[in-house]
Design a protein around this ligand. Sequence first.
Ligand SMILES: N[C@@H](CCC(=O)N[C@@H](CS)C(=O)NCC(=O)O)C(=O)O
Length: 222
Amino acid sequence: MLTLYFSPGASSMATHIALNEIGAPFELNYIPLHQHANREAGYLGVNPEGKVPTLMIDGRALTEVAATLWYLARRYPAAGLLPQYGDIEGEARIISWMSFIASTIHPARRAGNDRWREVFVLAEQRLGRSEWTVDRYSIADIHLFRLFWRFVHALHPDRGTYPNLHAHYDRMMARPAVQKTLKAGGGRRQPARVRAPSHLRCTSARDSRTRAYSRASARLPV
Ligand SMILES: N[C@@H](CCC(=O)N[C@@H](CS)C(=O)NCC(=O)O)C(=O)O
């Protein structure tokens, strides 16, 4: 059984999209970051770093977005989220993108908006006019999308500065798995007046899509 510990709009969104892409049954377990539920003993027992996502695989915890995406793509190859077995260079390019996303793009946010804009210029150049990061749609596109989605809804970047990333964003938004993930919710709403400390804030109150995604509850039917 697969269970995703998630918080709406957080990094767990990437794993959530991949789960919807593969179509296997899974459960969601809501960890409200704004209530510091990720710092409670119960969750720290699952993920001592107190971050989301954590993907439980038959009761065993797997952490880090890149690892969860890789696991799902390999475990469910019919979804076509990785190059064919044997395409060593293709796989290496996926790892290259995901390492760049995890080690350069993601931490840039805490370095301030200027650095955040700067790293997306690098991503813009790196993507170029390609439809997808590496040949065909893959987990690297899911990983990139979640960070650019966050950037778009926080800073509303000019389309002219990031035309390739915006086109990639549009392609991602057209995917049913992405729409299903963004609409996931129902049940308990996050309390509107509770604000997380800025370093934990992963959603933008101004964005209606984020608000739709923030309608989350524990163990949603999927
Ligand atoms: N390196 C981790 C980063 C995950 C991460 O930063 N998650 C944030 C939400 S976007 C989190 O859980 N923050 C809570 C905290 O740091 O206390 C990964 O790739 O999974």
